[in-house]
Design a protein around this ligand. Structure first.
Ligand code: AMP
Length: 170
């Protein structure tokens, strides 16, 4: 499966200079979406993860499908003010702009093995923040899975040599 054939590059979105990788064309295709989810679900099983954590917002789309296929639970990591119960939070810089991410304090149990799934790895800031939230809750991150990796931004260097699975590299 040539997953890259299903991604649309959108220059200068959401701000000038960003080459936005649009995954909506991949997830709109039933064969490509299923193949991508199945490959990431196999990674979740290989890592023996008990949970998938997915960051707001495209991490919900990919991560929840992967969790379902791998027969594990899904935990959303969200922007501030969205989760109804007590949260832990972490502030970080994006490729464009700043962000804060929150997770329910009791979502990940101490010692639980977690794979984080998102649509795209850029600078690694989102992953770094998500790893910190999981570790603050006592969870153990055993892998990171993405549809897309922007290799030149070297996000992997921030990710503590954790196993990384990516389906498309640019
Ligand atoms: P980063 O924290 O820098 O690794 O950025 C990753 C997050 O930002 C992911 O959740 C992506 O959805 C989004 N993102 C960053 N850069 C891009 C891009 N060029 N195209 C699409 N999404 C991006």
């Amino acid at each position: 499966m040539r997953f890259e054939d299903y991604i649309k590059n959108v220059p200068d979105f959401p701000i000038p200079g960003i080459q936005f990788k649009d995954i909506t064309t991949l997830i709109a295709d039933p064969v490509a979406f299923k193949a991508a989810v199945d490959e990431l679900a196999q990674f979740v099983r290989d890592q023996k993860a008990e949970l998938v954590v997915g960051p707001d917002a495209r991490g919900f789309i990919v991560g929840s499908a992967v969790a379902y296929a791998a027969h594990v639970g899904f935990i959303p990591v969200r922007k501030p003010g969205k989760l109804p119960r007590e949260t832990i939070s972490y502030d970080y810089d994006l490729e464009y702009g700043k962000n804060t991410l929150c997770m329910h304090k009791d979502a990940v149990k101490p010692g639980q093995k977690v794979v984080i799934i998102d649509d795209l790895l850029a600078t690694g800031g989102t992953m770094d923040a998500t790893i910190r939230l999981i570790e603050a809750a006592g969870g153990v991150v055993v892998g990171l899975g993405f549809l897309i990796e922007l290799v030149d931004l070297n996000g992997k260097s921030r990710l503590k040599n954790l196993p990384v699975k990516t389906l498309i590299q640019y």
